[in-house]
Design a protein around this ligand. Structure first.
Ligand code: ATP
Ligand code: MG
Ligand code: MG
Length: 551
């Protein structure tokens, strides 16, 4: 069972199973075009297709829909495989490519021609568009529509043989130029295009169109439920027409669901590619990107992404999902799992005047308060420490419970300290360091820990801290819907990345590895970036602690 109750697709499948349709098989597929990296919208489709197969003990194929050679590349094929695996799904031995069917597809096209249901048309692309008509105006027949079967067979074979220039002829289905559905007005099935294909090389100079290749690929693979997004609803009659007019091994049905739209980002591969190619981000895996590789590098877990896909559910009408919900999912997952650590992002020196100069006390710090079994680590406490600049105010506003002249705070896992004196730069007035005293009777965890103060701060020992770079991310776009303006790029958030280069983290973080995730106390969740080098950790802020998701 998929969580979150049954959705309308499950209802359809349940009904099909009741009627013993498709020999009671459930077979789905995820059919990405390898023309870019997958995004969180694809994750929804992956979770749905692989999830249904799992729930019904069926099968799910990974099929590359590679019929558009000019836009497709092996790099994308590889990244898509890696992303599906990372999400936790396994296609087993069911990895397919539409290009594997080029010969069969050609055969099916010949069969349509022989049945008088397809013809070679010499109209230019522009004329075809013109002849197609509009929603309010019927189309008109191409003058090539009445070509004989023999002539069509000959021309189509010569199209394949490379006798005609690119774009000079197409193969079209002979359906109905007056159909109220524009997709049914003699759609193009094949085009001539001399382009090197990442798998078939220069073997072909004609390539099938999506609307022809897709239903047949589904049928060849004996897919039962071909799930796609809503914009293909109008194509369903054509999907059915292709299968109904050919002798195919199986009769899949197309079911459409609403695509995922996420606030503060864009989701089309074309737009994401523009961001990469025009340098608005560092690559497809930039941690601000809604790509699966971007989310992974940012520090998202596959569990959180799958949880998100479960929660948003499957609907029949398009809507926007608040990105705060995705953030809520990773927060919940990491609250449960991430090790806690102390990191000071904007350091301010604190000297504890009454603490012995050469003393080092090892403080017990719990790794995850949600799970006492995750144990403790030891954090060194010394006379010279760093706290967060923001945690001190010379003139504290009301309700500021952190450090200020004459005030006390607790240093987490350690002692209560009191601010006795502020050292400032005489010229700029900038606070350089704080002189404090500590109360030796207030060590955390001691039985005599009786005094309470309102503020608790994180800190690091100056002598032990490890220097780190921390990258803070904000939404990639300022507007909830960046696409509501003509150029979505005009809504890019100029403050989407802030790099802090002089952060100080506790010594347990000296030897971290890319992908390790932590909760920095009071700051948020952070993930070790792939650009980390020995002794110079780089952390990505996955998400802050403050949850803005309104349930
Ligand atoms: P894009 O417009 O982002 O390039 P696409 O639909 O052209 O997306 P494909 O590679 O063809 O990308 O998509 C593979 C599968 O993922 C399709 O079944 C498609 O319907 C589904 N899919 C793509 N985007 C979304 C989305 N935003 N929400 C849900 N499913 C999606
Ligand atoms: Mg597509
Ligand atoms: Mg697309």
């Amino acid at each position: 069972e998929l969580s979150g109750g049954t959705n309308f697709i499950q209802n359809i499948i349940n009904e099909d199973l009741k009627q013993d349709k498709n020999d009671s098989r459930v077979h789905t597929r995820f059919p990405p075009e390898p023309n870019g990296y997958l995004h969180i919208g694809h994750a929804k489709s992956i979770c749905l297709n692989f999830g249904l197969a799992e729930a019904y003990h069926g099968l799910c194929n990974l099929r590359f829909d590679d019929t558009n050679p000019t836009k497709e590349e092996v790099e994308y094929v590889d990244s898509i495989k890696a992303d599906v695996k990372w999400l936790g799904f396994d296609w087993g031995d069911r990895l397919f490519y539409a290009s594997d069917y080029f010969e069969q597809l050609y055969g099916y096209a010949v069969a349509l021609i022989k049945a008088g249901k397809a013809y070679v048309c010499d109209l230019t692309a522009e004329q075809i568009r013109e002849y197609r008509g509009t929603l309010t105006e019927p189309g008109k027949d191409s003058l090539y529509r009445t070509r004989s079967v023999e002539e069509n067979l000959d021309l189509f074979q010569r199209m394949r043989a490379g006798e005609f220039p690119d774009g000079s002829r197409v193969l079209r289905a002979k359906i109905d130029m007056k159909s109220p559905n524009l997709n049914m007005r003699d759609p193009v099935l094949y085009r001539i295009q001399r382009a090197n294909h990442h798998r078939t090389g220069d073997k072909w100079c004609i390539y099938p169109m999506y609307d022809f290749a897709h239903p047949i690929s589904d049928a060849i693979e004996e897919v039962t439920h071909s799930i796609c997004t809503l914009e293909f609803e109008d194509h369903r009659p054509l999907y059915d027409w292709v299968l109904d007019n050919l002798d195919v091994p199986c009769r899949p049905q197309q079911i459409e669901f609403a695509r995922l739209n996420l606030s503060h980002t864009v989701m089309s591969k074309r737009k994401l590619r523009a961001l990469v190619e025009q340098g608005f981000v560092s690559g497809w895996d930039d941690p601000r990107m809604p790509t699966i590789s971007g989310l992974r590098r940012r520090g998202y877990t596959p569990e959180a992404v799958r949880d998100f896909c479960d929660r948003i559910g499957v609907a029949k009408s398009n809507s926007f999902v608040d990105i705060a919900m995705l953030e809520h999912c990773i927060r919940e997952d990491l609250n449960d799992r991430a090790l806690r650590a102390m990191a000071v992002l904007h350091p301010l020196k604190v000297i504890i005047d009454n603490y012995p100069e050469d003393r080092v006390e090892m403080m017990d710090a719990e790794n995850n308060p949600e799970h006492p079994d995750m144990g403790f680590r030891q954090v060194p406490f010394t006379r010279e420490l760093y706290i967060e600049q923001d945690d001190f105010r010379e003139d504290p506003p009301r309700k500021f419970f952190r450090l200020a002249p004459g005030r006390e705070v607790r240093l987490k896992h350690a002692y209560i300290i009191k601010c006795e004196r502020v050292v400032k730069d005489e010229q700029t007035g900038q606070v350089l360091e704080l002189h404090c005293t500590y109360d030796p009777d207030t060590r955390s965890g001691m039985s005599n820990e009786v005094r309470k103060v309102k503020g608790t701060l994180h800190w690091v020992s100056a002598a032990h801290a490890v220097k780190a770079e921390v990258r803070l991310y904000d939404h990639l776009f300022i507007k909830e819907n960046p696409e509501e303006d003509e150029d979505f790029r005009s809504n890019i958030n100029p403050g989407s990345l802030e790099i802090l280069t002089s952060c100080l983290v506790e010594p347990s973080l000296a030897d971290v590895h890319p992908g390790n995730r932590y909760q920095f106390l009071r700051q948020g969740y952070f993930c070790v970036d792939t650009e980390t080098t020995a002794g110079q950790p780089v952390f990505n802020r996955i998400v802050s602690l403050k949850d803005s998701w309104a349930k």
